[in-house]
Write a protein that binds this ligand. Structure first.
Ligand SMILES: Cc1ncc(COP(=O)(O)O)c(C=O)c1O
Ligand SMILES: N[C@@H](CCCC[NH3+])C(=O)O
Length: 416
């Protein structure tokens, strides 16, 4: 969790005034806390003490190089879903031997590159992927380390767009077919079956479905052992939710301890792939009010951030707390829809928010460390915003605002 405090009316993140960050780097701007990222990672890591384990940060949540580097230094592994993500891990000096490759659509080129770097494991999601991996490994003369992603058919109780572990989702190999596919994998000459994994969804607020999924997967581990297929690791994926508004997210330490109890004595390394729970509450999006539109039935605060920078409210109807970053001087609050400049009615960052704001004031949109910058776009030819990380008492720019020219420099008009 970032430490947000208010002193003389000014909102500070880890002691650094957000107004100072806006002055130095401009808005919109993502601001992350190194301390918050480290604390969240350490909580996961410590919770698994007593069994061999590796926390592989699901970097799709936030793949800024500074974020990856902070986690790499702590010993984290990485869960990747593309060749681009592997390139980012390597760019910060991450070890391929701590990289898991998830995803339903790995291309030939992505598999080949990951094999060439010697990643820790491929989380395979289909029979055809298994065959493709075997063929590419054969061409390279190596044995590819494989885990099958099993779809345990457990309801994670989360938003349907981010539920991944039920029959009917595109993810994983159906539980009922898992043994048959493992038999096939064990016979393929260029594969080495090393593990099993599942991931049932995201922003999960109750751990019961996760533990149910673990039990179902452990049942498969036992059944496979009977067939002589001994697994070395079990990867329970990510999915632990965070507090955006008034949710009560699971206690990570207690969750980890319960997992440890279940796998202890089994000679299985335990892997987790948390994303949101590591970075979600370690970041805020800082934005400036451009205009107040008070002439309509609704009041709008038009800000300089939009759905291009933060799409979660438009896409999932997600709630992000929005607070004044500066001194409101005790002025009364009024109700506004906080909207961006993008030409879409869905470009709303928060509805019916009580705020004391004037044009030029700063707002902080909270819980914006995960699936925020990572899902940003250039819609309306808006440059991606800058990113800043607070390290101790110092704010570092960890990504500069994109120059507008870079947004179309790869494009060409037709020859005459
Ligand atoms: C395979 C896999 N692992 C890990 C994650 C990370 O999930 P979360 O950010 O909810 O922890 C995801 C995203 O849902 C995923 O698809
Ligand atoms: N993008 C989603 C989470 C997806 C998780 C990735 N499988 C969100 O913002 O909540």
């Amino acid at each position: 969790m970032t430490t947000l405090t208010r002193a003389s009316g000014e909102l500070r993140l880890e002691g650094v005034a957000l107004s100072e960050i806006a002055r130095r780097f401009g808005t919109p701007c993502y601001v992350y806390s190194r301390a918050a990222i480290e604390a969240a990672y350490r909580e996961f890591d410590a919770s698994l003490a007593g069994v061999e384990h590796l926390v592989c940060y699901a970097m799709k949540a936030n793949s800024n190089l500074a974020v990856l580097d902070v986690l790499r230094r702590l010993g984290a592994g990485f869960d990747i879903v593309s060749g681009g993500e592997l390139a980012r891990v390597l760019a910060v000096g991450g070890e391929a031997s701590k990289v898991l490759f998830s995803g339903v659509g790995k291309s030939e080129a992505e598999i080949d590159t990951a094999l060439s770097h010697g990643i820790r494991c491929f989380n395979v999601e289909s029979d055809q992927e298994l065959e493709r991996l075997d063929a590419i490994a054969g061409r390279r003369g190596v044995k590819a380390p494989v885990s099958l992603r099993v779809n345990p058919d457990v309801d994670a109780g989360t938003h349907p767009y981010i539920s991944t572990g039920m029959a009917g989702n595109k993810f994983g190999i159906p539980h009922a077919r898992a043994i048959e596919v493992y038999r096939k994998a064990a016979k393929l000459p260029n594969l080495r079956v090393t593990g099993i994994d599942c991931h049932i969804g995201s922003q999960i607020l109750e751990t019961a479905p996760l533990e149910e999924a673990l039990d179902r997967v452990l049942g498969l581990v036992d059944a496979l052992a009977h067939e002589g297929i001994a697994l070395e690791h079990l990867d329970l994926g990510g999915g632990i939710g965070i507090r955006y508004r008034d949710e009560a997210p699971p206690d990570i330490h207690a969750y980890g301890r319960r997992l440890v109890e279940r796998v202890r004595g089994r000679n299985l390394e335990l892997l987790l792939e948390p994303g949101r729970a590591i970075v979600g509450n370690a970041g805020v999006l800082l934005t400036k009010v451009e205009y107040l539109k008070l002439d309509k039935a609704r009041h709008f605060a038009v800000v300089d951030a939009s759905m291009s920078e933060l799409i979660r409210p438009a896409l999932y109807d997600a709630w992000h707390e929005i607070v004044e970053a500066g001194d409101t001087g005790g002025r009364p609050r009024e109700t506004y829809d906080v909207v961006g400049p993008v030409c879409e009615s869905s470009d709303v960052l928060g509805r019916d928010r009580a705020l004391a704001v004037r044009p030029g004031d700063l707002l902080a949109i909270l819980s914006a460390g995960a699936y925020a910058m990572a899902m940003s776009s250039n819609y309306n030819t808006r440059p991606r915003p800058c990113e800043v990380m607070i390290d101790g008492e110092t704010a570092h720019e960890v990504r500069a605002r994109e120059p507008i020219s870079a947004l179309f420099s790869a494009e060409r008009t037709l020859p005459r």
